[in-house]
Design a binder for this molecule. Structure first.
Ligand SMILES: [Zn+2]
Length: 266
């Protein structure tokens, strides 16, 4: 008699931390970002061994960690984690953040550039899809990785109408620097801090750059390179990735999730 072996079916609604972390590291292709991202991507704090509920937020703070713990999450998924390429003493707010997570046995998983750039759930892919961007190509180089996208809007619209459309998408008023043409057609998208991509946008013949956070040092670039810049907020342009990734985890493992909205207004 032959025994048929089939893989043990995975119980929907829970997954081991080890399996989820392995899946995330692989799905987000973390290995390709080794040494190229200041963020320590991956599992930053080890908590409970079985994950049944996920929370997602853009930032890691005492507030977001406490909110995740209070919501009964076993894992908090963030875009901005706690570790950025330098050793930190466990004092002050850093200690408070670690204490909240450790007391709650909460896992913390961070995905920075891999989640800006991801073709399926990335911040930029999600924004480009929401704006129906066509003929999409890579745009926006950060530390050797292209994290953004450029493409054509399906129809030309005035800069004001475009900014209104972005506002509807994010729920926040945009800051508009009209350095380019009065209409928008060829668009570059880089989530977060992307004001330093104005020259790259001009070189690619884009009329408009949609990014997150303005920087004073790049104010004149928009007008002198002749590129419109729509600043939609660092926070607001980076809510898309963690939400899409949490939804993807639900699809894969059947884990319920919640987005914890803690806007910074920046
Ligand atoms: Zn960011």
């Amino acid at each position: 008699m032959t025994e048929l072996s089939s893989p043990t079916p995975r119980a929907r609604g829970e997954v081991s931390r080890a399996e989820l972390v392995r899946w995330l590291n692989d799905f987000l292709r973390l290995d390709t970002y080794a040494g190229a991202d200041l963020s320590m991507n991956g599992l930053q704090i080890e908590g409970t061994e079985v994950i049944r509920r996920v929370a997602a937020s853009v930032d890691t703070s005492v507030k977001t960690l406490q909110h995740a713990a209070d919501s009964g999450a076993d894992l908090l998924l963030v875009h901005h984690g706690l570790f950025w390429g330098r050793p930190l003493p466990v004092t002050g707010p850093h200690r408070d953040r670690l204490r909240v997570a450790l007391m709650a046995d909460l896992n913390l998983y961070a995905a920075h550039l891999p989640l800006d750039a991801h073709p399926e759930v990335g911040n930029n892919a999600m924004i480009a899809r929401a704006l129906s961007l066509q003929d999409v190509q890579p745009f926006g180089r950060v530390d050797g990785h292209v994290i953004g996208l450029a493409g054509e809007l399906p129809f030309e619209q005035s800069l004001q109408d475009f900014a209104d459309r972005v506002q509807k998408l994010t729920g926040e008023i945009c800051l508009v620097h009209g350095g380019g043409t009065p209409t928008v057609r060829r668009l570059g998208v880089t989530s977060g801090k992307g004001a330093d991509r104005i020259a790259e946008a001009a070189a690619l013949g884009l009329d408009t750059l949609l990014t997150g956070e303005p920087e004073h040092v790049h104010f004149n670039d928009a007008f002198e390179y002749g590129v419109n810049v729509v600043y939609a907020g660092h926070y607001e342009t980076e809510v898309f990735g963690v939400r899409a990734l949490a939804a993807r985890i639900e699809e894969e493992f059947g884990l319920p999730w919640q987005f914890l909205h803690h806007p910074t207004g920046l």
